[in-house]
Ligand binder design. Sequence first.
Ligand SMILES: Cc1cc2nc3c(=O)[nH]c(=O)nc-3n(C[C@H](O)[C@H](O)[C@H](O)COP(=O)(O)OP(=O)(O)OC[C@H]3O[C@@H](n4cnc5c(N)ncnc54)[C@H](O)[C@@H]3O)c2cc1C
Length: 602
Amino acid sequence: MKRRDLLKGISATLLGSVTWRNLPIMAKSSSLVRRRVRPSDPQWPSADSWEKLSQAVEGNLLRPRALLAPCETEPNGDACADVMKNLRNPFYVGDQVAGTQVSGWLDAWTPAPSAYAVAARNSRQVAAAVNFAREHNLRLVVKGAGHSYLGTSNAPDSLLVWTRAMNKVTMHDAFVGKGCEGKVAPVPAVSAESGAVWIDLYNAVTTQGGRYVQGGGCADVGVAGLIQSGGFGSFSKGFGSSAASLLEAEVITADGVVRVVNACRNPDLFWAIKGGGGGSWGVVTRVTVRTHELPEFFGAAWGKIKATSDDAFRRLITRFVGFYAENLFNPHWGEQVALGPDNTLNISMVCQGLTSAQMREVWKPFFDWVNASPQEVTVVDKLGSGTLLARHWWNLGVNISLVRDTRDGAPKHHGWWKGDQGQVGAFLHGYDSLWLPSSLLHENQRASFSDALFAASRHKKLELHFNKGLAGAPTEALAASRDTATNPAVLDSFVLVIMADGERPSYPGLARPAMNVEAAHKNARDIDLAAAELRRIAPNAGSYVSESNYFNRTWQESYWGTNYRRLSAIKRKYDPEGLFFVHHGVGSEEWSADGFTRLTKH
Ligand SMILES: Cc1cc2nc3c(=O)[nH]c(=O)nc-3n(C[C@H](O)[C@H](O)[C@H](O)COP(=O)(O)OP(=O)(O)OC[C@H]3O[C@@H](n4cnc5c(N)ncnc54)[C@H](O)[C@@H]3O)c2cc1C
């Protein structure tokens, strides 16, 4: 079973036609009113101050070194050999204080260790770090499992709060949020400390517990980072976004206060955390998410087809769009198809709640047509479908599509999808995503939609992630997802189209052939051109904050749409000094690109 061919070959848009207007606070480039301190500044905390912080966090203060630092000092040493052996293991990278799951982005950002890091064990230690950063005017950065494409968990000259060591998972039969007693009915749920990754929850909730939790498709993504992104997994079309299932979070805000937020306590901050973007609101130390009844089966459909000519590819796209609209546009089907410049259509779809026989029945007309049309298409990879007992989907002993983390002492349930391997440590040349409205599936729009897909696929491979657009989801899932900060456009979008390209890991200090910068820039340009073709038919398309273009100029509108104004107000209430800054995060327009210099008076 092939799940998620996503970015296998690791295969921007500046062209958004909508500009962000009427923001209550706009950057004014000339009036510098505040600068955070760097290690070279006289105001940098003294050794004594750092020692006091170290005591406050019970010795968990670290001086991070770059991921490849052991290879610079001792290229033949054991430590260097260890890094090199594990560099393509996402759990290893996530366990390193300076580890980032992508190794950088052309012209955008480069991994660089923080000056100091607190490897927190509890919320008290997190609060000590937050207070220290605020009192000493430091650049603060927060990291969970390190999957930020935009580099937002990485900042040189900063103090890092790193939550990876806090990863306890607890199941609840009947959970009620604090302060919600008597107001909200108890529901089955799971709590996770924020350093946990989704496979920790899949193991506890599904493999052990026989229930379902809505997390990320990528099994090693951090729980707090994903929920604050909105968060989509393979089966989101059935259950809504991850943020939609959030019941409660514990968060340490800029004032150092440990707050429990839910529908009854600090509901505004609770709403902001549900999709308002990681690293902008505080340090989340614990999340509690609702669990759902587990379908009996999860399944997949796969195969790769190549059209015999450009015209045949146009017809193939039109046929698939019609087939999707009539047979797959419902809560059962998620994940992807990819349309390549080489006239290929690669199917890597997953499904929940259908039997093998039902799945076969669904795909039969399409597969029959492929097999009966050799003048139009040839089969490159065999077509097929199949199911697995849902309870075994994330069970490494059963599902052979998962790669086990074989390091000594690694939890036995830790594994990642084979289809995600190409992304581990990748260096990005460019990336963009667009949410496309479901109106494009109407019969009278399918032809122009198919033409746009064909035109865009001339520039770059398009990955159509049907699970990351919620149109077609059940009413309850839509209602819960509507009550989040994610761009409301997601509710009426049936797909997130992702275009990305890059190359093998390129961490600073890693010995590798010189990068072909010209070819890399061409890749980035081609992504712009592909996105522009799609914008012709969806001029106001939103983009998913955590899988998007670093250079998006209309990011407020693209990521959050009409929710941005409300998010700005909540940001000013809980973090008026802008302690929590990330690139293109809420309120970041008030700061210089590196988050060190405030550009607005306040
Ligand atoms: C290989 C890969 C696969 C991905 N797959 C998916 C997918 O299937 N579905 C999907 O929806 N998204 C996916 N993403 C995007 C991913 O969900 C987001 O980047 C998410 O924010 C990552 O969280 P993290 O903890 O792993 O990363 P980090 O880089 O550690 O954090 C990401 C952001 O969240 C902030 N953050 C992290 N922890 C906390 C915390 N405890 N408190 C406050 N802020 C915090 C960080 O400051 C940073 O801004 C993927 C990304 C990558 C690189």
